[in-house]
Design a binder for this molecule. Structure first.
Ligand SMILES: Cc1cc2nc3c(=O)[nH]c(=O)nc-3n(C[C@H](O)[C@H](O)[C@H](O)COP(=O)(O)OP(=O)(O)OC[C@H]3O[C@@H](n4cnc5c(N)ncnc54)[C@H](O)[C@@H]3O)c2cc1C
Length: 414
């Protein structure tokens, strides 16, 4: 909690779970659209109470979603954390560099080898190497460098530096399904995202950082319990006041007719996938097995969540402005239909994590994010999470970065 509070400068002011002195601005949209208000009211009829801060500790409720947008611009991690530090004499930023391997002397890191503009370069260190390539790339980099499941690495001819069987296992993700609804009234922002209005709104964004392009994608968020006896929410739902489809080239296009969409996913999903290199050659992609919905818990919660979302759109004052469920469509009815739709027409939540996890004596990382068996190597990104967090992953990973910086500064490395 301390790290979450430390990173943020929350528009709602200080609170038990909020911070106001950090570099990352958190704001809540001041513009409330009628369709979003109707969505909130419909959820209220199902017992979901409206809250002012969706990230309050007990989590249950519905609200206009907090977002990392400040003065109309998305605040990325680079913008919030790196930009203020750019002038430091001990910081050099290199872009356009792809790290291929970590370099070792015995089991001590010595730096990394990388490719820049087609040329191989080396970065050497007498300190630590911090790997922050994300939950899909960090385990791949470690495996190619000889840290991972030894038996597998040997079959590929990779020299094993340390046998760490769980690197690349425990791949966790959220699985979601977009649900689109056609509206019988002009309540969505679709027309603002098409034709001349899109040009106008593009100019508003560029010159004034305002208008629909300066807003977050998803207006409203909700954390709900699919069963009354649960002690905390097990599902997250997000709603956006526009609808889209895909053209013949599989590119997303905004629908001409008024529509909105929503999606949901089980929060603490349990299905575990894996990521393993197929070759020592860095140009050959690794094999990713997400294993979505392989755990019965995820399937049960997904079905209950979908049924809740269908009940939500059947409530007034939402039901009377909806003319049709465009997707997945009324044909999706039974539990089997629902799971099949999530499997075949669903999306990743873009929340991959867990592949180089901490937690427990067998985990690849110790409690200070150091890679076990190696000196001078840490992992700091979404890979380190032992289980899926109860929310989106951007904030938690920034908090992990903040905490890791404290550990590194304290000189905790062996
Ligand atoms: C389209 C999309 C939308 C999302 N929306 C949200 C949202 O609304 N809310 C939310 O909370 N989360 C959202 N997320 C999730 C969130 O962005 C991620 O969970 C988070 O950014 C992961 O952080 P990370 O540091 O673990 O990895 P990343 O942010 O992926 O950072 C890893 C970095 O390492 C670089 N890299 C990888 N391999 C190498 C290499 N070999 N050499 C050099 N550099 C390398 C990558 O280019 C990347 O810059 C979204 C993700 C996506 C993709």
């Amino acid at each position: 909690l301390r790290s979450f509070q430390a990173i943020e400068n929350h528009e709602l002011g200080p609170g038990d779970s909020r911070g106001v002195d950090g570099p990352l601005h958190i704001t809540i949209s001041p513009d409330h659209l009628e369709i979003s208000d109707r969505f909130v009211s419909a959820a209220g009829l199902l017992g979901v109470r409206r809250v002012s801060d969706l990230n309050h500790p007990d989590q249950e409720g519905i609200a206009y979603a907090p977002r990392t947008i400040y003065k109309g611009r998305r605040e990325s991690a680079a913008r919030a954390f790196l930009r203020p530090a750019r002038g430091r004499p001990n910081l050099q930023i290199e872009t356009g560099v792809t790290v291929e391997r970590i370099l070792f002397e015995e089991r001590r890191t010595r730096g990394v080898s990388a490719v820049r503009n087609g040329n191989r370069v080396k970065f050497e260190t007498s300190g630590e190497v911090i790997v922050s390539a994300g939950a899909l790339a960090s385990p791949v980099l470690l495996q190619r460098s000889g840290i991972g499941p030894a038996a597998h690495l040997k079959t590929l001819g990779v020299e094993v530096i340390y046998d760490s069987p769980r690197i690349g296992q425990n791949l966790l993700e959220h699985r979601l399904l977009m649900m689109h609804y056609r509206l019988n009234r002009p309540l969505s922002v679709n027309c603002e995202l098409l034709g001349l209005r899109l040009i106008k709104n593009g100019l508003r964004y560029v010159f004034g950082q305002s208008g629909p392009l300066a807003a977050g994608s998803y207006d409203v968020g909700a954390f709900i319990k699919t069963r009354a006896d649960l002690d905390r929410p097990d599902v997250e739902i997000l709603m956006a006041p526009y609808g889209y489809s895909f053209d013949e080239n599989d590119q997303p296009i905004v629908l001409r007719e008024h529509s909105f969409h929503m999606f949901g996913y089980p929060l603490r999903s349990r299905s575990q996938g894996s990521i393993l290199i197929k070759s020592a050659d860095t140009t050959i992609p690794a094999r990713i097995r997400p294993n979505y919905l392989s755990n019965a818990y995820d399937r049960d919660v997904t079905v209950a969540m979908f049924q809740f979302m269908r009940r939500l759109v059947a409530q007034s004052p939402l039901a009377e402005v909806i003319s049709e469920e465009i997707a997945p469509g009324a044909a999706v009815e039974t539990d089997e239909d629902i799971i099949a739709a999530f499997r075949t027409r669903g999306h990743s939540g873009y929340h991959a994590c867990g592949t180089v996890s901490m937690g427990g004596p067998d985990a690849p990382l110790d409690e200070q994010l150091r890679v076990r068996g190696i000196d001078g190597l840490r992992v700091v990104d979404g890979s380190v999470m032992p289980t899926m967090v109860s929310a989106n992953t951007n904030g938690p990973i920034m908090a992990i970065g903040w905490r890791a910086a404290e550990l590194i500064r304290q000189g905790c490395n062996r």
